[in-house]
Design a protein around this ligand. Structure first.
Ligand SMILES: Nc1ncnc2c1ncn2[C@@H]1O[C@H](COP(=O)(O)OP(=O)(O)O)[C@@H](O)[C@H]1O
Ligand SMILES: [Mg+2]
Length: 349
């Protein structure tokens, strides 16, 4: 018999004790023990040893595995009085190791996800404090210099104040974008779908960015096909798509060249509308493209910061488009320009 289960061990153990006990009884009995007596003693001893051993063994094993089960089941164990003992008729240790490996498999993914989230959280916090630190220290520097006397110097006081204001603007942009991304990522916000004309929404965004474009003499135009102003109806969250267009057109201006142009085009594809925002600006090298939509990823850090960019614009754009179940792509060539294109659900009555 293979001693696989605790019960086997128990039976062999108690028999061994009983046989030795009976042998002792025979050896030391003052009367010549009869055959029947010896059998009775053997049976009685076997039974008593078996039950005593079983009680001790069950309690011992239960106390050990209780700790393991408490760890792997975050749930509480059944009440102590209900499960004081273990079933010795099964291979307890194999069952425990099976349960533990099942638990480990189930939790492996969870543990990996948690580790990733933790790494992401640490990196994000590091990025945020770094992004805030620079403009804050700049601001402090400009204000202190003004207080130390520069305020009375008509040559520099205005420049310093303007620089301070620019750093403040950068911080405000960052905080606003952080708030947007936190809302989007919390998953609490539902997209508010409605039917609207994407051409007129683009026109509104053009108007908002007109001044910025004028400073670089950049033209904001529609593809010729849409000059007639006929509406194109889409189903989406209007305010969030406004944010998408704003971020993309603002980038096209920021990273565009003086006297350049930013063009928005629309293409109908079955039940989708493809929206393209293209510029003839500085363009992006191929190697940067895969990371472009990551938070805080910038091709030229100092240029982006000088322009007041938070580095979150494209991350927000991607989040919004993907929350609509749509996709966004970018094509670009350094020195030629960039085109960001995304799809939207076309509204069909
Ligand atoms: N139209 C564009 N042309 C060239 N580079 C761009 C364009 N749009 C975005 N980029 C690059 O992608 C980076 C990330 O853009 P974004 O997330 O909007 O952050 P930010 O504009 O605040 O730097 C920018 O810093 C810039 O290097
Ligand atoms: Mg931007």
């Amino acid at each position: 018999m293979k001693l696989q289960k605790p019960i086997h061990l128990l039976v062999v153990g108690s028999l061994a004790v009983a046989v030795s006990g009976t042998a002792m009884y025979l050896l030391f009995s003052r009367y010549q023990a009869s055959y029947v007596y010896s059998i009775v003693v053997l049976v009685l001893l076997s039974l008593v040893t078996f039950f005593v051993f079983r009680y001790i063994l069950e309690k011992f094993i239960y106390d050990k595995i209780k700790v393991i089960y408490k760890t792997i089941h975050t749930l509480k164990l059944p009440k102590r009085d209900k499960r004081e003992r273990v079933n010795l008729n099964e291979d307890v240790l194999e069952k425990v190791s099976w349960d533990v490996s099942l638990w480990a498999q189930k939790h492996q993914q969870e543990i990996e996800d948690l580790k990733k989230m933790e790494a992401y959280r640490r990196e994000f916090l590091g990025n945020v404090s770094h992004e805030l630190k620079t403009p804050l220290f700049n601001l402090q520097g400009f204000l202190l210099t003004l207080l130390e006397g520069a305020i009375d110097d008509p040559q520099v006081n205005r420049t310093y104040l303007e620089k301070a204001a620019k750093n403040l603007e950068r911080m405000i942009n960052l905080v606003k974008d952080l708030e947007i991304i936190a809302h989007l990522e919390s998953g609490e916000i539902k997209m508010n779908y409605s039917r609207f004309d994407i051409i007129s929404l683009t026109r509104e965004v053009f108007e908002m960015l007109e001044l910025k474009a004028k400073q670089k003499n950049i033209q904001l135009i529609f593809n010729e096909k849409h000059d007639d102003g006929l509406p194109i109806w889409v189903m989406a969250d209007r305010e969030r798509i406004r944010q998408v267009l704003h971020n993309l057109i603002e980038n096209a201006i920021n990273y565009g060249v003086e006297n350049g142009r930013t063009k928005v085009s629309f293409y109908e594809m079955n039940d989708l509308i493809l929206v393209e925002v293209s510029d003839n600006g500085i363009g992006i090298e191929e190697k940067h493209i895969p990371r472009l939509f990551e938070r805080f990823y910038r091709v030229d850090k100092s240029r982006s910061r000088n322009l007041g960019g938070s580095g979150l614009g494209l991350a927000i754009v991607k989040h919004i488009i993907e929350s609509h179940g749509q996709t966004i792509h970018v094509r670009s060539a350094p020195g030629v320009g960039s085109t960001f294109s995304f799809t939207l659900q076309r509204y069909s009555s």
